[in-house]
Every structure is written in structure tokens, then in C-alpha cells.
Design a protein around this ligand. Structure first.
Ligand code: NAD
Ligand code: MG
Length: 392
């Protein structure tokens, strides 16, 4: 029996993870669940999964939850201390890092330092602090397994033991990262100015949280994933090809020097990569329908057009500059996406705002957590100022 902690249990990845756990009550039990503020959802989850601990980010929501579930044996904790405590708890075997954004960095590192099996959905933490993050994985012998569908696919296509080792030494020619192109892939570019947050969140193939849905529409998601792949598989961005694949059936591929191309395929449902990582190296039923290739019938692959998706170039530049540039990029993107979701800026303002915020931010070596967090905070402040001044 493995005991699982889910950081960000009320979100889309949290929901998919709990769906798998519920299918395998003899193999998995829930140790702790965490959420930002959604008490009613957390209450439902606690009643169903009976965790030992539940953590809410704010003390008011923690108090409210404690009242609501006073009849359960679950202990309610609050804030960053509560998060850090459950992320590193001795009693848990597996930690699912499914908080969205930079807020996931410290608890995810906590789980790594405690040497857990860490299922990484929270790509932003790796993008921000990749070198430090991978060093901690090595030092503490944590078992890092990617849940992002592309990275889980690449992980499945590479030889065993590929995380943190230079993939190109395994006879790899290229890593091929696939992306659907998001909900606006067929729109004329001039229509993009007026698209709404609702439209951006209606992804054609995947059902995801709002932030990653907008990132998919701008393809910043693919840019962040390119950086994520560089850290996970110790490759350079020149070793990675980004290819548009509208059906989201091939989740990524590895092309080898001998001409073999190994692809991982499946229906677009996050329960597949999550189940793979939960049970690795075994395989369990994820509840996902078997892939019917006759029904899919066609698989298309095209080049990603960087004039339509300027965020791809922003991510490449950040990787080239290195150091804290990636924390700056990530922070500016988080502010821009949040402002778009709030209706304060347009969709086309997202790359403009990020570009200006990056230009105004200095970057340096990302040699300590402190330097990464300082770069993150400064970039957020500068992006917020640009929103107020409108000067971007
Ligand atoms: P979501 O918005 O649906 O859920 C986010 C979760 O994090 C919620 O439980 C929320 O309460 C918690 N949270 C948000 N802000 C927080 C904060 N400041 N402090 C503590 N907790 C906080 O997001 P999601 O779509 O589940 O994505 C989660 C992560 O997984 C993201 O990093 C995303 O990029 C990654 N990911 C998601 C998918 C997907 O299909 N949804 C696929 C690949 C990767
Ligand atoms: Mg992905």
C-alpha cells in the first residue's frame, strides 16, 4: 500500500489523480490533500478519501474547513508551514506536485529533499529553478517522474533511468515535442486580438485548469515544456523539435540515430501519464478508454509558426540567456495570464507584456533559491507596473 499526498488536490490534475486512486483502493491511500481556498470541494474530497491531513493556504479557509469536517479524523493545517509539513511527511511515499505556478516551487522542493517519489505536474517549478531542482533530486535521491503528458511520453520512449541523465548519450537523434496548437490554431491572426478568456479555456482536446489552458493557447506552454524537457533529460533546446499535432494522440516522440522513432500514443486524458508515474515500473488500469486508431484514422504533423506563437521565441531566448532568465519569463507570464483571465489585458497583449517585463528585468546566475525567488518577485513587480502604466 502506497500513501499519496496531493499538492493541489482540488485542481484538474488533482481530480485525475484521485480518480485513479479510487480505482485501486488496495494499492493507494491518501495521506494528505492540499488546496488554495476551495473549502467546499476540499470538504467533499476529505469525506470521500479520508486523508490524515488537509491543508488550506489561508488560515480563514483552514478554520472553515476544520469546522466543516470536525466529525472526521482529518487534521486541518494552514499556509506554507502546513504545505511544507505534508510535502515532506515521513508517512507518505508519493507526492503529486500539482499546484499551479511558482507557488508550487517550495513544497515541491520539500518533497524532493525528503527523498520522495515526486510526480511532477507543476512544470513552472522546474522551469524557474531547473539547475537547483535537478541537483536536489540527485543529492536526496528523490525519484522524479514526469506527469506532463509530453515528458511522460518521452520518459516512456527513452531507456530506463533517463531522468537527469544526458539523453543524447543514449543514441538519440532528436526529441520531438508535440503540441495541439490550442483553441485558436485555425483563427486568422487578426481575430486573436478579441478572443475571450472563456474561448481560451475551451481547449479542443484537453480539459485543464485556466492557467495552463491560456498557456496552451499562446503556446507558452510548449515553450515552458521545452525548458522542462531540457532539465529533465539533460539536453539542449537544439536537441528538441516542436511539432504541431492537432489530434493530441502522439504525446511526444524520441527519434534515434538508427532511424527508429518511438512514439507514445493514447487518448488525450491525463489519467494515463499519472497512472504510469503512480505505478511505475508496473502498469495499472487508469480508466482511460483504449485508443482506437481506426476511429482516429489520421495523424497530422506541421511546423509551429512562431509569428502566430511569439511565446515560443520568448522561451527559447530565456533558455539561451540561462540563469534566472527562466524565473523572470515564468513570473512575467503568470502575471500576464492572470491579467488576461481577469479581463484587464487582451490575448495579444500577453506576449507584449512578457517581452517588456523581460526587457526591464535583470538576470543573473540561478545559484541559490534566494536568487530565483528574488528574480521571480522583481519580474512580477515590473509586469504589474507595466499593466498599470499600459506602457508595453
Ligand atoms: P488547476 O488550476 O486546475 O489546479 C491548481 C491547484 O493548485 C488547485 O488545487 C489549487 O487550489 C492549487 N493552488 C493554486 N494556487 C495555489 C497557491 N498559490 N498556493 C497553494 N495552492 C494553490 O491547475 P491544473 O490544470 O491542475 O494544473 C496544475 C499543474 O499541473 C500546473 O503546473 C500545470 O501546468 C500542470 N499540468 C496540468 C495539466 C492538465 O491537464 N491540467 C497537464 C500538464 C501539466
Ligand atoms: Mg503538457
Amino acid at each position: 500500500m502506497k500513501r499519496v499526498t496531493i499538492l493541489g488536490a482540488t485542481g484538474s490534475i488533482g481530480r485525475s489523480t484521485l480518480d485513479i486512486i479510487a480505482r485501486h483502493p488496495k494499492q493507494f491511500a491518501v495521506h494528505a490533500l492540499t488546496a488554495k481556498s476551495n473549502c467546499s470541494k476540499m470538504q467533499q474530497l476529505c469525506r470521500r478519501f479520508r486523508p490524515r491531513f488537509a491543508v488550506m493556504s489561508g488560515s480563514a479557509s483552514a478554520e472553515q474547513l476544520a469546522d466543516e469536517i470536525a466529525d472526521l479524523p482529518t487534521e486541518v493545517l494552514a499556509g506554507e508551514t502546513g504545505l511544507s509539513e505534508v510535502a515532506a511527511a515521513e508517512e507518505s511515499d508519493i507526492v503529486v506536485a500539482a499546484i499551479v505556478g511558482a507557488a508550487g516551487l517550495i513544497p515541491t522542493l520539500g518533497a524532493i529533499r525528503a527523498g520522495k517519489r515526486v510526480l511532477l505536474a507543476n512544470k513552472e517549478s522546474l522551469v524557474m529553478a531547473g539547475a537547483l531542482f535537478m541537483e536536489e533530486v540527485r543529492q536526496h535521491e528523490a525519484e522524479l517522474l514526469p506527469v506532463d503528458s509530453e515528458h511522460n511520453a518521452i520518459f516512456q520512449c527513452l531507456p530506463a533511468g533517463s531522468i537527469g541523465r544526458p539523453a543524447m548519450k543514449s543514441g538519440v537523434h532528436k526529441i520531438v515535442l508535440t503540441g495541439s496548437g490550442g483553441p485558436f490554431r485555425d483563427f486568422d491572426i487578426d481575430r486573436l486580438e478579441s478572443v475571450t478568456p472563456e474561448q481560451a479555456c475551451a481547449h479542443p482536446n484537453w480539459d485543464m485548469g485556466p492557467k495552463i489552458s491560456v498557456d496552451s493557447a499562446t503556446m507558452m506552454n510548449k515553450g515552458l515544456e521545452m525548458i522542462e524537457a531540457c532539465w529533465l533529460f539533460d539536453v539542449d533546446q537544439s536537441d528538441i523539435d516542436i511539432v504541431l499535432h492537432r489530434q493530441s494522440i502522439v504525446h511526444s516522440m524520441v527519434s534515434y540515430l538508427d532511424g527508429s522513432v518511438i512514439a507514445q500514443m493514447g487518448n488525450p486524458d491525463m489519467r494515463t501519464p499519472i497512472a504510469n508515474a503512480l505505478s511505475w515500473p508496473d502498469r495499472i488500469d487508469s480508466g482511460v478508454e483504449p485508443l482506437n486508431l481506426l476511429q482516429v484514422s489520421q495523424l497530422d504533423f506541421t511546423l509551429a509558426d512562431e509569428t502566430r506563437y511569439p511565446c515560443l521565441a520568448l522561451a527559447r531566448e530565456a533558455w539561451h540567456r540561462g540563469g534566472t532568465s527562466m524565473a523572470v519569463l515564468n513570473a512575467a507570464n503568470e502575471v500576464a495570464v492572470d491579467q488576461f483571465l481577469q479581463g484587464n489585458i487582451s490575448f495579444m497583449d500577453i506576449p507584449k507584456l512578457i517581452t517588456s517585463a523581460v526587457e526591464r528585468s535583470s538576470s543573473g546566475p540561478a545559484d541559490s533559491l534566494d536568487s530565483v525567488l528574488r528574480a521571480d518577485a522583481a519580474a512580477r513587480e515590473s509586469a504589474q507596473e507595466l499593466v498599470v502604466s499600459g506602457d508595453y
